[in-house]
Design a protein around this ligand. Structure first.
Ligand SMILES: C[S@@+](CC[C@H](N)C(=O)[O-])C[C@H]1O[C@@H](n2cnc3c(N)ncnc32)[C@H](O)[C@@H]1O
Length: 327
């Protein structure tokens, strides 16, 4: 039996040594529990030691903790920790977003290598109606991709061609295609940015034409208007924006239902393509003269046309549209 020892406050008891031969597992102990001096009847020798140490600890003198100091130390550390965590998270989030964007761009450059010939084949008739071959002077193409439109352009008539293509995995092939078409490197300027961020990268009011095919669907909806304003700003008065785009079908139509269903897949795997982008309405909201040259209805309706910047602020309709946009 264990003899209870009362601890004195200022004199801790000496540590208790286990008896030779005693083990921590009672089941295989060569010494019967009743024979071990530290054993509790029916219990384990280890438990007896623990119980005795607890009794010793209870007798130790305790210091009073300076609570206000401890609390303020805790609050300051928590604030610093939270601040550090928030900053590290923002950095990590930005790094992760850049990685995802790079992977998505690389994937889409590969995918478009496979898809572009077929898409171009199906739309080349519409492009011919747009008269890309007649574009001359200082010209800018938005989202040229791998250069599907290069064979339609006249390098002798275009004095300078600016290409606004954010996907850097496409620019080497785009450059090679344009040079093979007959453009000199000195005729070309590449801007590797989304067009809605590139307003300052090309001179305002200086372009004789801006054109793009199947690009505006990939501009985030919240930035579509800014993107179109950017194009508007680049054009000299009287110059056209020439476009071919797939657009959202009316709500409730079968085509729109399909567009809604496939939208997440197209957005994730198709370089940010939005099958429900209301590009036609957005184009018509700007104060230029819009001429829809053609329209092909289908599961993915396509429109092609021109939007010409007015020569003066008082050109028909432009002032009205401009004021309407402001309010
Ligand atoms: C479907 S591809 C069309 C490429 C080419 N215009 C054609 O018809 O083959 C869309 C192109 O637009 C580019 N793009 C996507 N978002 C853009 C943006 N915000 N500004 C400019 N180009 C963009 C993509 O990198 C891609 O090259």
């Amino acid at each position: 039996m264990l003899r209870r020892t009362e601890p004195t406050p200022n004199k801790p008891l000496p540590p208790i040594k286990p008896q030779a031969g005693a083990r921590h597992s009672g089941a295989s102990s060569p010494v019967p529990p009743s024979a071990a001096p530290n054993a509790v009847a029916g219990g384990k020798p280890g438990a007896a030691l623990q119980q005795q140490h607890q009794q010793q600890d209870a007798g130790l003198p305790t210091e009073k903790l300076p609570l206000p100091m401890l609390a303020s130390f805790g609050v300051v550390s928590a604030v610093l920790l939270l601040l550090g965590f928030a900053l590290a998270t923002a950095e990590r989030r930005a790094a992760a977003a850049a990685l995802v964007q790079a992977a998505s761009d690389r994937w889409f450059a590969l995918l478009w290598t496979v898809l572009a010939p077929a898409v171009h084949g199906r739309t080349s008739g519409f492009k011919a109606e747009l008269g890309l071959a007649g574009l001359a002077g200082n010209v800018l193409e938005i989202g040229p991709g791998l250069g599907a439109n290069a064979p339609l352009l006249d390098p002798a008539a275009i004095t300078h061609l600016t290409l606004v293509e954010p996907n850097r995995f496409m620019t080497a092939r785009l450059n090679a295609t344009l040079v093979a078409r007959g453009f000199k490197p000195s005729q070309l300027t590449f801007v590797t940015k989304p067009l809605q961020d590139a307003a300052a990268d090309a001179a305002q009011g200086s372009f004789d034409a801006v054109f793009g095919t199947l690009v505006l669907c990939s501009v985030p909806p919240s930035q579509l208007f800014v993107a179109l304003e950017t194009i508007y700003g680049w054009l000299r008065p009287g110059a056209p924006f020439v476009f071919l785009e797939h657009i959202a079908s009316p709500h409730g139509s079968v085509a729109r239902t399909v567009q809604e269903v496939v939208a997440p897949v197209f957005h994730t795997c198709g370089g940010g393509c939005n099958t429900r982008q209301d590009t036609e309405t957005a184009i018509k909201a700007l104060p230029w003269a819009v001429d829809i040259v053609g329209r092909q209805e289908g599961i993915q309706t396509v429109i092609w046309g021109r939007a010409t910047k007015p020569s003066g602020l008082l050109a028909p309709g432009s002032l009205y549209k401009f004021i309407r946009r402001m309010f």
